[in-house]
Ligand binder design. Structure first.
Ligand code: BGC
Length: 757
């Protein structure tokens, strides 16, 4: 573009302005040739580029242009590695440029409320701090290459069932602390060029026209100035959407809405300045995209190697009894490799995030390569392609396992189960796989199960019978190699679960309300999502949030915490006490010991992934801010950190806390806003208010028999009584015809005056 945005706004006709508020087709914005405004080309995705063969097609059920398929969200979420996310972002930015993609529609960062969410595989975690840090790193990576990102799906879209017609009913505190918090962190740390609104309604209003969400929170509070675009067809009332701050409708051309916008401006129902604001943001996006097209691309880096590295960081070693892993070639002569997924791995989920990979590592091939010549590998399919139970295949596997030194079983959710548009039916493995594992484990005690799924799995019917479990998630095209390297020990596993694996599905806090009814889905479990619930309920999960084993061991010592000018500094020493180089994910949780409002037992506030040689020690330092100690107070509609004692807990998982320290934090005094029904306890906790109240009571005591003194006995009994009621109870004679309302109003203004002096 060779003119400024202001100049362009003057040059564009009303019709042109209205028209560029919708796309040209499925994947492009409209350009205006006469003014040299080029279109922007955008494509999915979240874990790889899904560029269709033509700009007119959705391409969901067809093969698209091949691109690198990285681990899906829940997999890479389990890497807990912000540097890796940045690196993958940079690689995606470069690959996008090579494919003429200017805006990438990702990452997906919605919270996992239920393990049944059909798109859980696309999302990072059940925790907003982990999600927020990873999402920001990913976006900073993409955008450092001059390619835009799209933060999605804003907001409250946590499952697929009837999402287009269901309102997520979420109370404001839960919304802020759980469902918006990751978005907020990402907006502030990475300024994504676009945000994609979700399909669902949020508290009764479509996200695409939700003034509270798009304007009050995103723009006004968080200061977001980029483009908000709609999820594909999420627009309903276009004029309402524009007023709320939805700039770009996708897909286009939506000529009917161009007409509606022009008419609304002409008849005065939409101010032209409101339209101009959206147009200016879209032009800014065009400017950002075109401003970066000069750099020479050079030779493509080895993206496949990066996909393997990312998979290796994502895989989680869940169980390793008697150090059955890694497999030692020198102690083995045969391995039974069982299960179809060994030859046809599941590497991703279905829907708009599905990438046509450039190549796929096959676990069986990679295992054969790494096992070496002295070890023989045998294969049995284990279960059929459909859901039926096939005794013949089970018996064939049992025979192979009996005659081998060890059995490695590849199992997981079937391909069809995890997809956009459908929630999962359950999180148990299919019956034919459960039976297979049980039968093989009965004859071969050295059994290692490699599970694939994008969401938590229930493992109770079999996990106690096998010594080794590796969760490989849906880890993209390099997964086969990465799993083989974990099995044989070339990779020391370092992934940690980004979500809780419950003992059974009904343990999950959202279990009572998983589906909306009559268009409303109430998030009644509130703040208690994921580990926040299991902790509070004192319920043991199968594998907790943050869990993941290593082939080495780490110790945590010398924890120091101190509050300074700029926040709280936490430092401790981490040591690799094992015999192998390895990476530990250290997790910092904060617990508020004294808050007046209910709070989770602990909340993740910081983490770091640290690599140490055997015997190496390192001092790890975290700086926490006041916000890390705050909760969202809906009385004042702001974040509040209450002075008092907090516990800082450092651990290797949310249930493996290694070291803790208490700290008294001073965040200043809470400034109470007094109102008609403020309680006696509130009045006496504020020095100015207490003074005013005491003076008034003295005055009253001169006229009544039942006198009131703010002594321990009186306050002990009446502290939860609104002060207005104290006067109604004891001061009616003194009040005479003056109403208690007037009295309280007057006292509140006296408190205000006293504070100002
Ligand atoms: C999905 C988005 C995606 C868009 C374009 C929608 O169905 O919800 O995540 O970016 O399609 O494919």
């Amino acid at each position: 573009m060779n003119r400024s945005i202001n100049e362009l706004l003057k040059e564009l006709t009303l019709n042109e302005k209205a028209s560029i508020c919708a796309g040209l087709n499925m994947w492009m914005t409209k350009g205006i040739e006469r003014l040299n405004i080029p279109p922007v080309h955008m494509y999915d995705g979240t874990n790889g580029i899904r560029k269709t063969n033509s700009d007119e097609e959705m391409g969901i059920t067809t093969e698209n242009i091949p691109a690198t398929c990285y681990p899906t969200g829940s997999a890479i979420g389990s890497s807990w590695n912000t540097e890796l996310l940045h690196e993958v972002g940079v690689a995606l930015g470069r690959e996008s440029k090579a494919m003429d993609v200017e805006l990438l529609l990702g990452p997906g960062v919605n919270m996992k409320r239920t393990p049944l969410g059909g798109r859980n595989f696309e999302y990072y975690s059940e925790d907003p701090c982990l999600t927020g840090e990873l999402g920001a790193a990913f976006i900073n990576g993409i955008q450092s290459e001059g390619v835009g990102a799209s933060l999605k799906h804003f907001a409250g879209n946590n499952q697929e069932f009837e999402k287009m017609v269901t309102s997520s009913e979420i109370d404001e505190r839960t919304l802020r602390e759980i469902y918006l918090s990751a978005f907020e962190r990402i907006i502030k740390k990475s300024d994504p060029w676009t945000v994609m609104c979700s399909y669902n309604l949020l508290n009764g209003t479509y996200a695409s026209e939700n003034e509270h969400l798009l304007n009050d929170i995103l723009r006004e509070e968080w200061g977001y100035e980029g483009v908000v675009l709609s999820d594909w067809t999420a627009v309903n009332d276009r004029i309402r959407g524009l007023k709320a701050g939805l700039d770009l409708e996708m897909p286009g051309p939506a000529d009917y809405n161009t007409k509606a916008i022009v008419e609304a401006v002409q008849n005065g129902t939409l101010a032209e300045e409101q339209l101009d604001r959206s147009v200016a943001r879209i032009l800014k996006l065009v400017e950002r995209v075109t401003g970066n097209q000069t750099a020479e691309l050079g030779e493509a880096p080895d993206y496949h190697a990066l996909s393997r590295q990312a998979a290796a960081e994502s895989i989680v070693l869940l169980k390793n009894e008697n150090s059955i892993l890694p497999l030692r070639q020198e102690a083995l002569s045969s391995i039974a490799v069982i299960g179809r997924f060994a030859k046809k791995p599941r590497i991703q989920g279905a829907g708009s995030a599905k990438v046509t990979p450039t190549r796929v590592d096959i676990p069986w091939d990679e295992m054969q390569e790494l096992a070496g010549d002295s070890v023989t590998l045998g294969y049995a399919a284990g279960y059929p392609e459909d859901d039926s139970v096939n005794e013949g295949l089970i018996q064939e596997s049992v025979a192979l396992a009996v005659n081998s030194n060890v059995a490695v079983l590849f199992v997981g959710q079937p391909e069809y189960a995890e997809s956009e548009m459908h929630d999962l039916q359950g999180i148990e493995l299919p019956e034919h796989q459960v039976k297979l594992i049980q039968a093989v484990a009965a004859v071969q005690p050295k059994c290692i199960v490699v599970t694939s799924s994008g969401s938590a799995l229930v493992m109770r019917p079999w996990v106690q019978h096998v010594p080794g479990v590796i969760h490989s998630w849906l880890s993209g095209q390099g997964m086969g190699r990465a799993v083989a390297e974990v099995l044989f020990g070339q990779t020391n596993p370092s992934g940690k679960l980004s979500e809780t694996f419950p003992v059974k599905l009904s343990d999950n806090p959202s279990h009572m309300r998983i589906r909306g009814e009559n268009g409303k889905l109430y998030y009644r479990e509130g703040l208690f999502v994921g580990y926040r619930y299991y902790d509070r309920k004192e319920l043991a999960p199968q594998f907790p949030f943050g869990h993941g084993l290593s082939y080495t061991s780490f110790t945590y010592t010398e924890l120091k915490v101190a509050q300074g000018e700029n926040g709280v500094k936490v430092s401790f020493r981490l040591e690799n006490t094992g015999k192998r180089k390895g990476k530990e994910v250290v997790q910092l949780y904060v617990h508020d010991e004294e808050c007046k409002w209910v709070r989770p037992e602990k909340e993740l506030k910081a983490f770091a992934k640290i690599e140490l040689e055997p015997g190496e020690k390192r001092e790890v330092v975290f700086e926490l801010e006041e916000r890390d100690f705050s909760y969202y107070n809906t009385k004042y509609n702001r974040w509040v950190a209450e002075s008092g004692y907090f516990q800082i807990a450092l651990g290797s998982s949310s249930r493996d806390i290694r070291i803790t320290e208490r700290l008294h934090c001073d965040f200043g005094k809470e400034e109470i806003s007094f109102h008609k029904f403020s309680l006696l306890s509130e009045w006496i906790s504020d020095p100015a208010a207490k003074d005013v109240l005491e003076q008034t009571l003295n005055e009253m005591n001169g006229h009544v028999t039942d006198k009131v003194y703010l002594n321990e006995e009186f306050v002990g009994f009446w502290e939860d009584f609104p002060v207005i009621k104290v006067f109604q109870m004891f001061g009616q004679k003194w009040l005479g015809e003056r109403s208690p309302d007037d009295l309280i109003g007057e006292l509140i203004s006296r408190v205000g005056q006293a504070r100002n002096h």
